[in-house]
Design a protein around this ligand. Structure first.
Ligand SMILES: [Fe+2]
Ligand SMILES: [Fe+2]
Length: 156
């Protein structure tokens, strides 16, 4: 497969240890990569780079909530994590200029630099769609837990 070297890499697999939205970062980046791949394939874009960039866009190995709570200078997680992901991606994989752009610009428009490639825009959009889906998934789960608890209390 086009992304197996990343998906099964020991260091990349550590993303499963860090909570993100409804699950862990690994789950999130796989979703982003798949949506980016599908959109890019339909539109005739570079779907391999879109998938690889999608996987690597949040390649940071820490819990951002803990990091933010413990270090006030780390309060700009939204703006700095693309650069941390880029550093890790360069360290463990061979990445192209297009994949670098995808990683660094995925937080656009929060980070002001304009994506240089159409695939960068696709990944940025897929990231936002995934985040919305994951938050809704989390909310639905919490509501069902609360309703179940309420029913249990009523039965008791
Ligand atoms: Fe991100
Ligand atoms: Fe993301």
């Amino acid at each position: 497969m086009l992304t197996n070297d990343i998906l099964f890499h020991e260091e990349f697999s550590k993303l499963k240890n860090y909570h993100h939205h409804a699950n862990h970062i690994y789950d999130h980046v796989v979703r982003v990569a798949y949506i980016s791949y599908a959109i890019s394939k339909v539109l005739g874009f570079d779907y391999v780079s879109a998938a690889r960039g999608g996987l690597l866009h949040d390649f940071f190995l820490y819990d951002w909530r803990e990091r933010k709570a413990n270090d006030t200078s780390r309060s700009l997680h939204g703006k700095e994590h693309p650069y941390i992901a880029l550093e890790n991606a360069r360290k463990y994989f061979d990445i192209s200029a297009l994949e670098e752009d995808i990683i660094v610009k995925h937080m656009f428009p929060k980070t002001h630099a304009m994506p240089r490639y159409k695939e960068s825009l696709v990944v940025s959009l897929s990231d936002k769609l995934s985040a919305i889906f994951e938050y809704l998934q989390q909310s639905t789960l919490m509501i069902s837990i609360l309703l179940r608890r309420r029913r249990t209390i009523q039965v008791i």
